[in-house]
Ligand binder design. Sequence first.
Ligand code: PEP
Ligand code: MN
Length: 337
Amino acid sequence: MIVKLKRSVNKEDVVALKEHLTSKGFEIHESLGHTYSIFGVVGDTAGFDLRSLYAFPCVDNVIRVQEPFKKVNRKLKSEDTVIDVNGVKIGGDKVVVMGGPCSIESREQLDIIAKAVKESGATILRGGAFKPRTSPYSYQGMGVEGLQLLKEIGNKYGMPVISELMSNEFIPEFCEYVDIIQIGARNMQNFALLKELGKIDKPILLKRGFSNTIEEWLMSAEYIMAGGNDKVILCERGIRTFEPYTRNTLDISTVPIVKKLSHLPVIIDPSHAAGKWDLVESLSLASIAAGADGLIIEVHHEPENAMSDGAQSLKPKKFKELMRKSTIIAEAMNKTV
Ligand code: PEP
Ligand code: MN
């Protein structure tokens, strides 16, 4: 880190600052100028609260040089991480497509949608059983029974399955019934949950919180990896901006940025970004062109009657068309769907 001192400083303050930094194990390289002095501070700052240095009256500015994330960092692992989910590869030269309903509603509903997404070429089945709804009066999901149906239908069509976990309480059930655990936008910084996920051996799809920075998102991934679980898939699902036309604003720039900063796979959820089904295709194709490792898309055969997110769900025919076009864009990116 770089510490810039104020123009006029009390010498005793500077001595105290130097002693403090040395006691923390840092090496100090001093650059003393006429108007300003700068300390180049060398050492591992990952666990150090840089802002604490502002408590010294002589400190004007502290600048971080090293990223605060380690295991997630591409500087520590240059090759792309590829996660194998029962033979389906996520990352590398693949574009994985996960499709299915926002909420699992019944065996029949899930069967119809799973059959359609499988026939269109998707390789992972999504379905929510525990739903994070804004209103307590909205449909909350089928719970564990939904997870059991998801596993049953996933097995029937030979597709690994993904579902959202909201609390530590159901980790054993998720380990039993799902192949990828989804952590939703609202729980991205539920650190108690992230710590528990670090202890298990299941791929985790970590969505970006709608008001979180890329660095905060990567630090949440770091929580999981620091605990010992290195199977993390990042998922951008749109962030809150001033634009009301879409439900969220898809931050497509996360793809090249995350690719530069991290070795982890990054996929896009255009459904929750757009909030409208007729925008999903364009956002999906743009995501693949930007270098995303995959998509997670909501599909429903009767979106007008869906228990949640019907407005953003694609009908099977539209999903099939999206898969056809995705294959073409993936090819241009030297990838296969
Ligand atoms: C979902 O996938 O249905 C969902 C609730 O996603 P998010 O956490 O991105 O809102
Ligand atoms: Mn949804």
